[in-house]
Design a protein around this ligand. Structure first.
Ligand SMILES: [Fe+2]
Ligand SMILES: [Fe+2]
Length: 322
């Protein structure tokens, strides 16, 4: 596969798993195109035209010739300077890695992380929060996220990749959408007697079994094992966590249990006050799920995968090669 083919496969899988549904993603892209059409020619010069067809600002080819053929990738949760150096070092030893794929975005994919948070409006409104409230609260958070990541040195990894000629691909929301979809299918639609039963169901998943061995498994962070669940909500995508006010709105929306990748401390305090149960499944294992389902597809197409940087590799398909 070429880098471009890998990127396009990621976009396709990400959109298929998007919590907004196909129609929601199309509506989002339509809005982007409308915005672009209304811009003056001068403003168009600065417009990122990739956003007209790619709804994920944190999913991009950050360095490398899209036409380059890829036989082996190193895939990790992070792709910082260290991972770029790791690829270069491994290649010195003859590893033959053609592409570095990272989940947490670097470069402009990180600087624009707030742009993918539109997904959260739909996730929260699907769980009963009024969409006008979710939208309004998220506008504030998007501003905060933009200002938080704005001053960071975004281009370090991309500069290292350029100097060492290591092609670099960021796949953030795409993998999170795939993981979100998998978790919803696994968790929702079952009957649970208690919160402990939900935790047990999560711990059946191999990535979490592995994380438990590393003392970093899922845990109940609000509520107790014997507690009743109420309505369960799974949230694994949307860039980053929303504000504590939006978590608070979940109580009014009738959500009883929240299953999340990671929950900031101040939001957790808010959830406890509202008597909403919360299960923090553990960040790296959670991020590994979407990664693995995508990487299985690469292996099926003959691309070898070297897991690194916190990725707990679990294969769900049997491949001829590897
Ligand atoms: Fe993630
Ligand atoms: Fe993450």
């Amino acid at each position: 596969m070429t880098i471009q083919e890998i990127y396009l496969l990621a976009l396709k899988m990400g959109m298929e798993a998007d919590p907004r549904g196909k129609k929601g993603v199309e509506a989002y892209l339509k809005r982007q195109n409308k915005d672009y059409d209304q811009l003056t020619p001068k403003k168009r010069e600065h417009f990122d035209t990739e956003t007209l067809t790619n709804p994920y600002s944190d999913t991009r080819i950050l360095f490398g010739d899209p036409k380059k053929n890829v036989k082996k990738v190193l895939a990790g949760i992070d792709s910082n300077g260290a991972e770029v150096l790791l690829v270069d070092r491994l290649n010195q030893k003859g590893a033959g890695i053609d592409l570095l794929i990272g989940h947490h975005p670097a470069g402009h994919a990180l600087a624009s992380l707030h742009e993918v948070m539109d997904i959260l409006v739909d996730i929260y409104s699907a769980n009963g929060v009024d969409e006008n409230v979710a939208y309004s609260l998220l506008q504030e958070t998007m501003g905060l996220v933009k200002r938080k990541f704005g001053p960071i040195n975004h281009s370090q990894a991309v500069d290292a990749a350029r100097l060492l000629d290591v092609p670099l691909l960021a796949l953030h929301t795409v993998w999170d959408n795939i993981g979100d979809n998998f978790m919803k299918n696994h968790i929702l639609g079952r009957e649970y007697g208690s919160l402990g039963d939900v935790l047990d169901a999560i711990c059946e998943i191999p990535e979490f079994k592995e994380a438990i061995k590393g003392k970093n498994g899922p845990s109940i962070v609000s509520g107790s094992e014997k507690g009743r669940t109420g309505k369960i909500m799974v949230s694994f995508t949307g860039g980053t966590n929303p504000s504590k006010e939006l978590y608070k709105a979940l109580a009014e929306a009738g959500v009883g249990t929240l299953v999340e990748m990671h929950i900031p401390e101040e939001s957790l305090q808010e959830l406890k006050k509202e008597h909403i149960n919360a299960i923090d499944v553990g960040h790296m294992a959670a991020d590994s799920i979407g990664a693995n389902l995508f990487l299985d597809e690469l292996e099926k197409r003959g691309v070898a995968v070297v897991p690194a940087s916190g990725l707990i590799r679990v294969k769900r398909t049997k491949t001829k090669k590897n």
